[in-house]
Design a protein around this ligand. Structure first.
Ligand code: APR
Length: 341
């Protein structure tokens, strides 16, 4: 099941387990720890005091008491010094251990705060990378719905370089849309050399293994695809790629049940974000992504930030749905995948 980044107070998230950013004595404290203890009531503190603490990089599970979850998993993250004291491995271990416990206790859903990024001072962009990479690796093997809960959006940072590259690309595309818009009316708006040089500088996608080169497709093959539905196109592309259904829906960050619905209904109409998630999972180039979207009744436009960000990643040849979601989240856009149509 998928990974979702949400902005909320973790004590309000309804799922089987929430993770606490605890200290090694499990005594409670401020930040998310304080909020969880307050919402859970004194029973949580009493249980914690019977556990004998927990080492950095490890996690321990308790009941959820008054919280809307069955369990609280208390993970002890590292203090950040300068990154040279094994902090990354300890933080990664917190995520692995918490997920292992969630699985052992039969949880179908779990929510994480960004462990160590408050009082313990871990840089948020690096901590987020570790969270996403550990969770997505876990989800390749296990069906679970995992939330990363970001509390204060202001503190949320993805790589500054990525943000500025995307922002620049958005600006360029808006300029382009603006020019096209005016030139259709005035027909007197030549794009100058600087514009073309800038456009040429936009990196192109490295070659990706596409199953069937265009020239090898017969005209009959092409004609036979004209009337195919979104679902038929998706299944054909999965076959052509030689990947399994589960590889595809996991890479798309799509829930298995939703995939089954699409598989069994040839006229299924997915949401735009679901359709794009599959195009990303299949690593389709831009023209094929547009074809696939058209089957579902959508298009990509340069007047829409969401569409431009998707186009940016496709042009960069970056088909990592979790990285794309981080960027979409940073720009306040809807995320790809999930459990809804
Ligand atoms: N829901 C979700 N996230 C929250 C909430 C909340 N209610 N409150 C705070 N956060 C976010 C913070 O914005 C930060 O990004 O959780 C992240 C972790 O911050 P801290 O709670 O300070 O946790 P951490 O950095 O791991 O420090 C742990 O602080 O409270 C003490 O007892 C705790 O000693 C331990 C230390």
């Amino acid at each position: 099941m998928p990974l979702q980044i949400i902005r909320d107070d973790i004590t309000r998230v309804k799922c089987d387990a929430i993770v606490n950013a605890a200290n090694s004595k499990l005594r409670g404290g401020g930040g998310v720890d304080g909020a969880i203890h307050n919402a859970a009531g004194p029973g949580l503190h009493e249980e914690c005091m019977t556990l004998g603490g927990c080492k950095v990089g490890f996690a321990i599970i308790t009941k959820g008491y008054n919280l809307p979850c069955k369990y609280v998993i208390h993970a002890v993250g590292p203090h950040w010094f300068n990154g040279k004291f094994g902090e990354a491995e300890q933080l990664a271990s917190c995520y692995r251990e918490s997920l292992r416990l969630a699985k052992e206790y039969g949880c179908e859903s779990v929510a994480f705060p960004l462990i160590s990024t408050g009082a313990f001072g871990y840089p948020k962009d690096q901590a987020l990378q570790i969270a996403i990479s550990e969770i997505s690796r876990f989800l390749l093997e296990t069906d679970m719905l995992v939330f990363v809960v970001v509390y204060d959006k202001d503190g949320f940072q993805i790589s500054k370089k990525l943000i500025s590259d995307i922002a620049e690309y958005i600006d360029e595309c808006y300029v382009e849309a603006h020019y096209y818009g005016r030139s259709t009316v005035l027909n007197t708006f030549p794009l100058d050399d600087a514009y073309y040089q800038k456009s040429a500088a936009i990196p192109q996608a490295p070659s990706i293994a596409h199953s069937k080169p265009l020239q090898s497709q017969s005209l009959d093959d092409l004609i036979s695809t004209i009337d195919e539905s979104f679902s038929q196109m998706l299944l054909r592309k999965i076959d052509e790629k030689g990947i399994s259904d589960s590889e595809c829906y996991k890479k798309a960050n799509i829930d298995r049940k939703l995939f089954s619905k699409i598989r069994s209904d040839i006229n299924y109409k997915p949401s735009k974000t679901t359709a794009i998630a599959f195009a990303i999972a299949l690593e389709l180039p831009l023209d094929e992504t547009k074809d696939m979207l058209m089957k579902a009744g959508y298009a990509l436009s340069h007047r829409n930030k969401f569409d431009i960000i998707i186009e940016y990643f496709i042009k960069m040849g970056n088909y990592d749905v979790f990285e794309i979601n981080e960027a979409l989240f940073a720009f306040d856009q809807s995320l790809l995948g999930g459990i809804k149509a």
